[in-house]
Design a protein around this ligand. Sequence first.
Ligand SMILES: [Fe+2]
Ligand SMILES: [Fe+2]
Ligand SMILES: [Fe+2]
Ligand SMILES: [Fe+2]
Length: 403
Amino acid sequence: MGFNPLKEKGIPVEKQIRNWSELNVKPYDKNAVHPYTRTRVILMNGIEVEGAMFTHQFARHSDDMDIKRHLALTRRVEQQQQKAVNWLTPGNETVLEVTIGYEQVAVDLTAFLARTEPDPYAKAVLDFALLEDFDHLYRYANLMDLVEGKQAEKITGRFTEITVGRPTMLEHRHPFDEVRKHFDAKSADFITQLHAMTILAGEQQTMNFYMNVGNRPEGEIGRGLYQEIALIEEQHVTHYESLLDPRMSWFEMLVLHEYNECYLYHSMVEEEVDPNIKKLWELHLGMEIEHLRIACEMMKKYEKRDPEEYLPKEVPQVLKFESNVDYVREIIAAQMDYNAMETEFVPVAEIPKDGRYYAYQKIVNADGSPSEQVIKWHIDEKGQDYRQEIAGPHPTERYRARK
Ligand SMILES: [Fe+2]
Ligand SMILES: [Fe+2]
Ligand SMILES: [Fe+2]
Ligand SMILES: [Fe+2]
């Protein structure tokens, strides 16, 4: 029998508050950290941010003091967890280096979820955005080489390819075409719900990060590139959040959040190669088991329902950060030219020439686009673009030229 967070004993919530020196963890060494330890840190930070913001929203929609107090208590812990996790990132990692880590998360998390997603529509949603974040990694890698003289492959390792995806300039589409269909919580596989929650938290953290640090570069092209990609992350949050079943109650959503935290910390513990960071994942898992128990108690008390009736008896297969080179190439070969029309993904030829996609493109790209300018700048300065193609030339012939 696999891991079942409902059958485990967690840490009592009154014992979960830590002092400042416990929270002020020793950061990893940016030159020695495993790329996938960095991505685990980035993902779990995003999960904790979502945990805190979701319970804030819940509290704002509740008129019951007891509920508000319970939410405030577990939220304080989520906030402490967020500090401990996010402070693992060292101060000498530049904004651009951290950014490369964020886009590596987006590529390898999305690819893993897509490969293991049982629902065909949810898989299509993941595959669609995969090629967009894949392109972001390439654009930022070119910027970093230009302004900091650093090669992105030093951060990503030889795990993730860096080359042209669906060109960022073409990703800008009308907001109506980012809204997707939602799953039915009563019939959807539980793993589909966990996947949607996880990718949403990851993309939302990326959106928030660019919203805040996108103004840190000094040059016009760098500042523009962050703006342009930040708006795509807004699209991605719209895209993924619409997968969630909006008919779920606040309590069901709370249980889903806490269950997902248990599932993810369990996965991080299983996969972590850094012994100190593994201890942090274990500690947080012990806390989340108790959060889940409290969330289940609240649902029993206020909705007279027992979530054990629908929660799985064990967590699904652990979530893994691993290389997805072949999978990404397969999706590039098949879907590079896809676009979105309402809730569906279609070849670009099916997009009406006089429709809202081209009208929106005409407005935002009227003066060119920084994601193209950064590549031109790299070619002008260094003779060709920056790439790291591990498994051979680009799968799409017309993206093979590097000048
Ligand atoms: Fe948490
Ligand atoms: Fe991205
Ligand atoms: Fe994204
Ligand atoms: Fe939690």
